[in-house]
Design a protein around this ligand. Structure first.
Ligand SMILES: NC(=O)c1ccc[n+]([C@@H]2O[C@H](COP(=O)([O-])OP(=O)(O)OC[C@H]3O[C@@H](n4cnc5c(N)ncnc54)[C@H](OP(=O)(O)O)[C@@H]3O)[C@@H](O)[C@H]2O)c1
Length: 338
């Protein structure tokens, strides 16, 4: 049975209160009045799933909201929208499926999940009349998912190029600017919190491949997974490689590329020498950028912070706004409340 959410309050079940989750809590507090003015809805966090309720948090939340039971969040009748920011694939997939199947809309920042199971999750959402949003899954604050999905949905696209992994871009920028080795640049990235203790997914190119498979699926209206991406990481790059490129006025970047070639779409991630004058060559440090080429408009480029607590949370909050606007417009009208 479906029923309208109580009054004009939309209840949020937050899965995860780490880097992104705490950004969501903070930003939601900041935008509450604007959200009400623009949509007529208030968003309230009703439950928060964590692993360790005793842990010190970056944001203050009522301890009563915290739970270690996913069921308590996913079955709370006051939770209408589930925001998944726990990361990983196994549990995240199970929780997102359960949320969608129970009539709850889902917003996720989880590129690993969307890259591997996005199609399955969309299908489940369609069957249950629910909505799945994942703007934060690629390129942090840059609204590239919405751009591909909506603004460019009808026009023919030729190519998508992206620097979509901030960690590797930081490492390559540092190697080029300070003439340090890959290992030294990685160590510095880890010291500053830009690289994980286990940096494999980033430096092997896998993280970028996941994001490129998501972008390619949207750009070319087909289903791609990371297995469709030819991947080469940056671990083998040496100072000599970068200097050789510099001597030819080039900069080496880890570039994701999805290009239409007749009926085929080729997707790759690889260290690529770019002319210094190319706009992507100017993207330095942890920043991300995505280039989109289309028949109708030529080239466009989107640039911004690809990660971080508030930048990523702003993409999540943007999804929440879109969801509420669509709801107001009469789509996905009723949300399950029990
Ligand atoms: N960090 C970024 O800048 C960024 C950018 C774009 C996308 N993302 C994506 O956003 C998601 C979250 O990333 P994050 O950096 O916020 O991760 P994080 O800092 O490690 O936070 C994860 C949170 O989820 C909780 N959690 C994890 N597994 C759980 C489980 N099985 N049961 C209950 N709680 C669990 C943790 O609880 P405890 O706190 O109790 O340990 C923690 O609060 C990931 O999918 C990531 O790829 C992150």
């Amino acid at each position: 049975m479906t029923m309208k959410a109580h009054a004009n309050i939309i209840g949020i079940g937050l899965l995860g209160l780490g880097t992104v989750g705490s950004g969501v809590v903070r930003l939601l507090g900041d935008v509450q009045e604007r959200l009400l003015a623009k949509t007529g809805w208030r968003a309230e966090i009703k439950r928060i799933l964590v692993r360790d309720p005793q842990k010190e948090r970056r944001v203050q939340v009522s301890p009563a909201l915290l739970t270690t039971s996913a069921q308590e969040v996913l079955e709370d009748p006051e939770v209408h929208v589930v925001v998944e920011v726990i990361g990983g694939v196994c549990e995240a997939r199970e929780y997102v499926l359960r949320a969608l199947q129970s009539g709850r809309h889902v917003i996720t920042a989880n590129k690993d999940l969307i890259a591997e199971y996005g199609e399955e999750l969309q299908e489940v959402a369609r069957r249950h009349g629910t909505l799945l949003f994942y703007e934060a899954a690629v390129a942090g604050a840059i609204p590239i998912i919405r751009t591909l999905k909506q603004s460019f949905s009808l026009v023919s696209l030729q190519e998508v190029l992206g620097i979509v992994n901030g960690t590797t871009n930081f490492i390559l920028t540092k190697m080029a600017a300070e003439r340090v080795s890959f290992a030294e640049a990685l160590q510095e990235a880890q010291r500053l919190g830009y690289a994980e203790a286990d940096p494999h997914a980033d430096v092997s190119g896998l993280d970028a491949a996941r994001k490129m498979s998501i972008l390619a699926s949207l750009a070319f209206d087909r289903v791609f997974t990371p297995a469709d991406v030819r991947v080469e990481g940056i671990t083998h790059l040496t100072q000599e490689d970068l200097e050789r490129a510099a001597a030819e006025d080039q900069v080496i970047k880890l570039v994701g590329r999805a290009v239409r070639n007749g009926d085929r779409v080729e997707i790759s991630v690889a260290p690529t020498p770019l002319p210094r004058s190319h706009p992507l060559a100017q993207v330095s440090g942890c920043y991300n950028a995505v280039y989109v080429y289309g028949d109708a408009f030529g080239e466009t480029m989107y640039y911004g912070p690809g990660a971080g607590s508030l930048p990523t949370a702003s993409a999540v909050i943007g999804d929440l706004f879109t969801l509420l606007v669509r709801q107001e417009a009469g789509e996905a009208l009723d949300v399950v409340a029990g």
